[in-house]
Ligand binder design. Structure first.
Ligand code: UDP
Length: 354
């Protein structure tokens, strides 16, 4: 019998974390895969270190598309991926998450009449100003197999008219990576963690593209944390460009983006996380670490209803009371959504084989 062939696409930091357990499960299930790196993230700190920390095999091809506007990046990936599919025919293409690589390869796949699999389907923020929301809607609409992280995401897809038989609730592959990595986490060198500390990450255009807005946010966070704790801020390249010449407050440590095993060490040992990331809302819920999300909406509502996450938008008064709650150890305790158990990738491999 010929082996099933799946082309797996990864392009950006959160993608690498999601494909790692899927590739392991494919190896175990004897599914033949070809890994395509689009080069959407090319910085060593956002790409290479994730391959080593998560034992991801080297990609079979890297398009090296680099940065550009939404259309430039999406277009460049589509052109390269069309050639890839012509040169390397496959049974399925599997895309994860909601980045430009996801939508570009998704559309190209369907136009080449190849079956498309979307992992992390059915997430909706309802916010059409987020590029990721557009990517999610388009990819889910054209996918043949849709793997969801939660019951809510499955309901959303059904409500949008996706055939029931295409949707499979498998849990969260990002949590597979987290569970697998917890015994291997390592304390980052050169960061002062002698005091209780918060971890801060910011990279969504709505928070970081306007210089005054991000400087104001950092000033408020720093003032409200005060001297009781420090703030460790691994700065995303998108964010670092607007922070040139910023007078860094004493309690804020700005560092380069961290490798995965170091970052997980930090959030696990922090008193709380302040973020606008999607994946970090999920990781903190799994770890039971308080999470303050600087967004008006989230596509991951379970982290709020069940988990340790609170949404505060840009409300600095709420930010102050949330930071106080964490400092006084009064944060809500949470629980972990169903199927976030480290076995999601295995479920995906089983379903694809079936
Ligand atoms: N992450 C990391 N190092 C960092 C910041 C984040 O390894 O310095 C990891 C984090 O644990 C999570 C993922 O990167 O797994 C989230 O990526 P990002 O916030 O860029 O994307 P989003 O989840 O918002 O799409």
């Amino acid at each position: 019998m010929t082996k099933l062939k799946v082309t797996v696409v990864a392009g950006a930091r959160p993608n690498f974390i999601k494909v790692a357990p899927i590739l392991k499960a494919f190896q175990k299930a004897e599914i033949d895969f070809r890994l395509v790196h689009t080069g959407q993230h090319y910085d060593k700190n956002l790409s290479d270190t994730f391959f080593s920390d998560l034992n991801i095999p080297p990609p079979h091809i890297n398009f090296n598309v680099g940065s550009g506007s939404q259309a430039e990046q999406t277009g460049a990936i589509m052109i390269a991926f069309e050639k890839e599919l012509i040169n390397n025919p496959t049974d399925y293409v599997l895309v994860v998450g909601d980045v430009n690589s996801t939508v570009a390869c998704g559309i190209t796949t369907k136009k080449q009449n190849v079956r498309l699999i979307h992992v992390e389907a059915g997430l909706r923020s309802g916010d059409m100003t987020m590029p990721e929301e557009i990517n999610r809607l388009v990819v889910d609409r054209i996918s043949d197999l849709l793997f969801t992280t939660t019951q809510q995401a499955s309901y959303t897809l059904k409500a949008e008219g996706v055939e029931k038989g295409k949707i499979h609730l498998v849990g969260n592959v990002m949590i597979d990576s987290l569970i697998d990595s917890l015994p291997k986490v390592s304390r980052p060198q050169g960061i002062d963690i002698n005091k209780p500390f918060f971890v801060l990450t910011l990279h969504r255009p709505s928070n970081v593209d306007e210089k005054n807005k991000i400087l104001n946010t950092l000033k408020h966070i720093s003032n409200q944390v005060g001297q009781k704790a420090s703030i460790i801020f691994p700065v995303h390249p998108r964010t670092s460009t607007v922070l040139n010449n910023f007078p860094i407050p004493e309690n804020l440590q700005m560092v380069a983006p961290l490798r995965y095993l170091e970052f997980i060490y930090l959030i696990k040992n922090s008193i709380g996380v302040i973020t606008d990331s999607g994946g970090i809302q999920e990781e903190t819920t799994y770890l039971g670490v308080p999470c303050i999300t600087l967004r008006e909406n989230t596509e991951r509502p379970e982290t709020i209803h069940l988990g340790t996450n609170k949404l505060i938008g840009n409300d600095f008064q709420k930010l102050g009371s949330c930071i106080k709650e964490i400092l006084e150890n009064r944060w809500k305790s949470g629980s972990i959504p169903e199927f976030w158990d480290g076995k999601s990738a295995e479920r995906i491999a089983e379903k694809i084989k079936a």
